[in-house]
Ligand binder design. Structure first.
Ligand code: ATR
Length: 281
């Protein structure tokens, strides 16, 4: 048997997902392909999805701008995709398409793999900076993993409120401004930067100053171009432990692969290899 996987989105010509999934296939000793299927904005999305149905793929990933648009074409959704309202992974099982969101679980797994002590105490105080699609997924992932204190800092409050409305019964969330967050950073055990601020070419930019952090704090940035953002450099300078954005990319792919292939594999040194590829770009 040979697996056929695809990625849909736009623009995706430079996506690292084919490289990641080819490594996974090799590690799992499975035959298969993972190809890019770019759907341009003027293309008929419905026709392209119908073509994919005819191809009988084993599964596919969905990235921007189609993570929400794909939902009406699916037969089922898993709990995360339903709650987040976005799908990044589809499994085809006997013609039934099920949508998953592995961004949320992938992020939490990447963080807890690097910092296993975190998972032992779900009462730690977490701050999410930003309120876009990535923040929404990470919020739901942490909430569903059982973390109880997750505050959100954003430039504007509207989208932050929408995210906070997804809180489970045990989760408490305060919405604060970026200025308030900057002043009260010592409250947080984990600070997660989810905006695009600091992404190449604006590598000198940082969404806020990180002068004083809680001793032992973990600071995470989902931006992975560059690997070590200005935000993470500041965090390191202030004595924090840091968590890189490219590991989220790796773990969301790992979880997608596990769903498709039905087996677990180990990432081993792929984290460093991916880092080298990104640094060479
Ligand atoms: P994604 O879906 O990839 O997470 P997005 O929807 O564009 O990206 O979300 C971007 C988030 O980053 C938003 O919360 C945005 O803040 P607003 O909700 O106030 O628009 C935040 N953001 C983007 N640029 C920013 C900047 N220069 N300073 C502060 N926040 C910024």
């Amino acid at each position: 048997m040979s697996f056929t996987f695809q990625l849909i989105g736009y623009p995706i010509k430079h996506s690292l997902s084919p490289w990641i999934h080819e490594q996974f296939l090799r590690k799992a000793n499975l035959k298969g392909t993972y190809t890019i299927n770019e759907i341009e904005l003027h293309d008929s999305f419905e026709e392209r999805i119908q073509q994919m149905r005819n191809e009988n793929l084993d599964g596919f990933n969905v990235t921007v701008p189609y993570k929400e648009k794909i939902i009406p074409f699916l037969d089922d959704l898993d709990a995360y995709a339903k709650k987040i309202g976005a799908v990044n992974t589809v499994l085809n099982k006997d013609g039934r398409w099920t949508g998953f969101n592995t961004d949320a679980t992938g992020y939490v797994r990447s963080l807890e793999t690097k910092y296993p002590n975190l998972a032992k105490d779900r009462t730690k105080h977490i701050l999410i900076i930003g309120s876009g699609g990535a923040a929404r997924g990470i919020y739901c992932g942490l909430d569903m993993a059982g973390y109880q204190h997750i505050d959100i800092a954003n430039r504007t409050t509207e989208k932050a409120k929408e995210i906070a409305s997804l809180a489970g019964k045990a989760t408490k969330t305060d919405i604060i401004s970026l200025q308030e967050a900057e002043l009260h950073l010592t409250k947080y055990d984990v600070v997660i930067q989810t905006t695009s601020v600091g992404m190449k070419p604006n590598t000198e930019e940082s969404v806020m100053r990180l002068r004083t952090l809680k001793p032992g704090a973990i600071v995470s940035d989902i931006v992975y171009q560059p690997i070590k953002t200005a935000f993470l450099k500041q965090a390191e300078g202030a004595g924090a432990s840091i968590h890189f954005g490219h590991t989220m990319l790796l773990y969301q792919a790992l979880y997608a692969f596990e769903i498709w292939a039905g087996q677990q594999i180990s990432i081993n040194n792929m984290d460093e290899e991916l880092q080298q590829i990104l640094e060479g770009r």
